[in-house]
Design a protein around this ligand. Structure first.
Ligand code: NAD
Length: 499
């Protein structure tokens, strides 16, 4: 088992290829959610640091080795970075667990998988092809070029810091962009650890920069900066809305990966034991702190009682405790504000008339130490108009809703402001394909849940965001298209009309 040390780790930011503190000299603390103690000190960057980072990214984009580097070479750098991440996956995962308190098995698994994104997009770097267009004008040669969109601001949340950064970084760098990254103030350490590997891989100074600090300070300064061309953001709906408004001032390009209230629809012909396991993984893995948490079960009325009984029986076996212990299945909540928010949502469910079938309170088990733990919680008797059925909890809280017929199931599943993911449990092929058409969500999982891949697009409908990450099409979000016209005719046509 990995061990904590008692040291407080002092981190520096990485700007223009140099390591240092914030211009103000200020720092803030990062807490370990299991011990509730400070384990790292992080520079508190502000507008001056952001300006320095954007200037460095701009310079690296416009001149110097990155600006003229052949895409094949760019791809090699990405693949070298992949190898370094694989080498240091244990160390990176340890930083993530200490920062966000998620399970070692989950974070080590993510850090071991992240290299695949850099290999995949490294391979794409020299396959960004334009087209020769069969144009409807005589003596005209017309083609398209795809160029890097420019300086990308990548802003990430605390729940899976490196994975969600990778989803931005791998396509952005493959496209030839440069970057300024602002990780969550709760989980900055692993992103700064990654910069040591960016440096070791040989990326030229200024190509990747990190500013750490708070959303309203460093984050807001970065999104408002006129030197930023595109914002790639993962986080909450409220922050996403604020960022979209700021981005509108200078028409920055935007990718937004926001929240969800994803449905798991269980039909009467489902293999119930599989559905139960899938729902447990969708809501209690990562203590429910995932955007794709399957937080609403929509179950056929004939299966409702059997489902709740089996689900509660399995969920009761979940081992809580130290996230570094490989035997732990449910860890702490990452931040004190999130802990309070989850308890508020539980109170809201009770006030709304839902019945608490399990949990519904802070976990006081001895193995939970001083951490911010909440008992896995299930509410039954939920109707879709209750606030608990419409609000993203981002915690281990499941709402169970029953339905009578298929049309009602699709209607309930779609009836929230969100559209990130949906799960469907059935053996009926017609229903599987119908679900794929009817459900308004970016990811539809049938007889499975919470699977992701570098090869498959990820993103949401409606208030769950805009744009897609991963898969080949993700790189398009980091490119601008240019149409090039070359007239090889002998004479210029009438200059007073559109040709
Ligand atoms: P958050 O919105 O509070 O913070 C995310 C990041 O945005 C942080 O780095 C923060 O400092 C920054 N930020 C906050 N306000 C800002 C502002 N005004 N300007 C610029 N930057 C600002 O989100 P969180 O609490 O860290 O993460 C949880 C949320 O993230 C949940 O809603 C969850 O659903 C969502 N999420 C979505 C996905 C997805 O892919 N769709 C993945 C993970 C998490």
């Amino acid at each position: 088992m990995q061990q904590r040390d008692d040291r407080i780790h002092d981190y520096q930011v990485y700007i223009g290829g140099q390591w240092g503190g914030a211009a103000s000299g200020e720092t803030f603390d990062s807490l370990d959610p299991y011990t509730a103690k400070v384990w790292a000190r992080i520079p508190r960057c502000g507008a001056a640091d952001v300006d320095r980072a954007v200037t460095a990214a701009r310079a690296a984009l416009d001149s110097g080795p990155w600006a003229t580097m052949h895409p094949t070479q760019r791809g090699l750098l990405l693949r070298r970075l992949a190898e370094l991440i694989a080498r240091d996956a244990d160390r990176l995962a340890l930083s993530e667990v200490r920062d966000n308190g998620k399970l070692w098995a989950e974070m080590r698994g993510q850090c071991g998988y992240i290299p695949q994104w850099f290999h995949y997009f490294g391979g794409l770097a020299d396959k960004i092809e334009g087209a020769v267009l069969p144009i409807d004008k005589p003596d005209m040669f017309t083609y398209t070029r795809h160029e890097p969109v420019g300086v990308v601001a990548a802003i990430t949340p605390w729940n899976s810091p490196l994975l969600l950064l990778t989803w931005k970084m791998a396509p952005a760098l493959a496209a030839g962009c440069t970057m300024v990254i602002k990780p969550s103030e709760f989980t900055s350490a692993s992103t700064l650890d990654l910069m040591r590997l960016v440096e070791e891989a040989g990326f030229p100074p200024g190509v990747v920069n990190v500013v750490t600090g708070f959303g309203p300070e460093a984050g807001a300064a970065l999104t408002a900066h006129p030197g930023v061309d595109k914002i790639a953001f993962t986080g909450g709906e409220g922050s996403g809305r604020a960022i979209a408004k700021t981005a509108a001032d200078t028409f920055k390009r935007l990718t937004l990966e926001l929240g969800g209230k994803s449905a798991q629809v269980i039909f009467e012909d489902a293999v119930l034991d599989n559905a139960v396991r899938g729902v447990v993984s969708g809501i209690f893995a990562a203590s429910g702190q995932t955007c794709i948490a399957g937080s609403r079960v929509i179950v056929h009325e004939s299966l409702h009682d059997a489902f709740v009984e089996k689900f509660v029986a399995l969920a009761r076996t979940a081992r809580m405790g130290d996230p570094l212990d490989p035997a732990t299945q449910v860890g702490p909540v990452t931040t004190p504000p999130q802990y309070r928010r989850i308890l508020d949502c539980i109170a809201m469910a009770r006030q709304g008339g839902a019945t608490c079938a399990m949990g519904g309170e802070p976990a006081k088990r001895p193995e939970c130490g001083d951490g911010w733990f909440i008992e896995p919680t299930v509410f039954t008797g939920v109707t879709n108009d209750m606030a608990i059925a419409q609000t993203e909890v981002f915690g281990p809280v499941l709402s169970v809703i029953s339905f009578r017929d298929e049309d009602e199931a699709w209607r309930l599943a779609n009836d929230t402001p969100y559209g990130l993911a949906a799960g469907v449990w059935t053996q009926d092929q017609r229903r599987m394909f119908t679900a794929a058409k009817k459900l308004r969500a970016g990811m539809i999982w049938t007889n499975c849940y919470r699977t992701v891949s570098y090869m498959s697009p990820f993103g949401g409908f409606k208030s769950s965001g805009m744009g897609r990450e991963s898969g080949q099409e993700a790189i398009r979000d980091y490119l601008e298209t240019k149409a090039v016209w070359m007239d090889y005719g002998a004479e210029q046509a009438n200059p007073f009309v559109l040709r």
